[in-house]
Design a protein. Sequence first.
Length: 84
Amino acid sequence: MHANNETGTIQPIEECAGIAREHGVPFHTDVAQSVGKIPTRIDQLGVDLLSIAGHKLYAPKGMGALYVRAGTRLESTTIASCRT
């Protein structure tokens, strides 16, 4: 979470993304609370994945966006459900 709407904290995403990159770990951040209020340039943040909630930008509820940096591999997973 880039910025917390309840506490007002802003996380050092650039630094965290740099550490993740050094170790070959893809890094994601949620900018739902910060986009449009503070700078959230993807190239400056250095993240591999970034999500935005559309309703924070006057889009219809339920809309959103996921940025995936070119070359970032995504794998699908199967979630098993338990039935009783």
